[in-house]
Design a protein around this ligand. Structure first.
Ligand code: KMH
Ligand code: ZN
Length: 271
């Protein structure tokens, strides 16, 4: 058991869900900021941000990101992490469009995969383009690792002169098309990380609780939220993102692991 403070990311909404999936999904800027403030109060420090247009469809429009970010900043202090993934099929230029707003962090997906029924395309050229944009605005990238080969890709591309010198890493499990969501999958990925690499664990649906709880005990960090899972337990929709954050914070405290403050998380990430 480690006692390094736990960082918790809350992925409020993602790009795939609709209100038909859960009526509790925050969509408009004001709903996102209320959900973010509640999640931060419950122990989150990082908000992974996707935004929606006025019809509720996923959007990479900088104006929607600006409105949501300002609303969140007015509601709470947190580390904003913009998605550059968007939805499967979002054109590359649109994915990078909000970065000039200079969030503290942004995502950088490390390979192509089937994403449910869609195709999430991240060729090496795409990775390089997004990495270069992220660097241009002095943003800290979080590498999104959806599959086993993406860690190998990372290790290979790390030698390139354009590759970010500093990054956080998010290991995701159970995306249909990516690595599975068993404990074996988690251990396999963690054992292959670059030495000393700080990482977050995210897992889809029923895999979220067991894998993120293990991450608490393994010294990793945790991502929860509706983007990855809408059920608090089998058959019971979670009424808020914050409930997931509270549960992980409670597990950490029971385990004797302190939950980081936002300032501690900034210092751990070198922001
Ligand atoms: N919505 C997925 C296709 C990211 O935020 O950078 C991609 C995704 C990754 O959510
Ligand atoms: Zn995302």
């Amino acid at each position: 058991m480690t006692d390094n403070p736990l960082m918790i990311t809350c992925a409020l909404v993602g790009a795939e869900l609709t209100r038909n999936d859960t009526p509790y999904l925050p969509l408009a800027a004001g709903e996102l900021s209320a959900a973010a403030a509640e999640a931060v109060k419950a122990g989150a420090q990082i908000i992974h941000l996707h935004v929606r247009d006025d019809s509720g469809a996923p959007s990479q429009d900088p104006e929607h990101f600006r409105l949501a970010s300002e609303s969140i900043r007015n509601a709470c202090d947190c580390i904003l992490q913009f998605s550059t993934g968007g939805a499967a099929g979002t054109p590359l230029q649109e994915r990078c469009a909000p970065l000039h707003l200079k969030p503290e962090m942004a995502t950088l997906s490390m390979g192509t995969l089937n994403f449910g029924k869609g195709l999430f395309e991240n060729t090496e050229e795409t990775i390089r383009t997004i990495a270069t944009e992220i660097r241009k605005y002095g943003i800290l990238p979080e590498l999104e690792i959806f599959d086993a080969g993406m860690l190998d890709t990372t290790n290979r591309l790390m030698k390139s002169d354009w590759f970010p010198d500093r990054f956080h890493m998010d290991l995701l499990f159970g995306v249909p098309g990516g690595i599975g969501g068993t404990l074996k999958d988690l251990l396999f990925q963690v054992e292959r990380l670059p030495i000393g690499q700080q990482y977050t664990v995210a897992a889809i649906g029923k895999h979220q609780l067991p894998l993120t709880a293990h991450a608490v005990f393994m010294g990793g960090h945790v991502r929860v939220g509706f983007e990855d899972n809408i059920y608090y337990r089998k058959g019971e929709l979670a009424r808020s993102n914050a409930l997931f954050v509270s549960r992980i914070a409670r597990i950490a405290r029971e385990a004797g692991r302190p939950v980081a403050t936002v300032q501690e998380a900034r210092s751990m990430l070198g922001l």
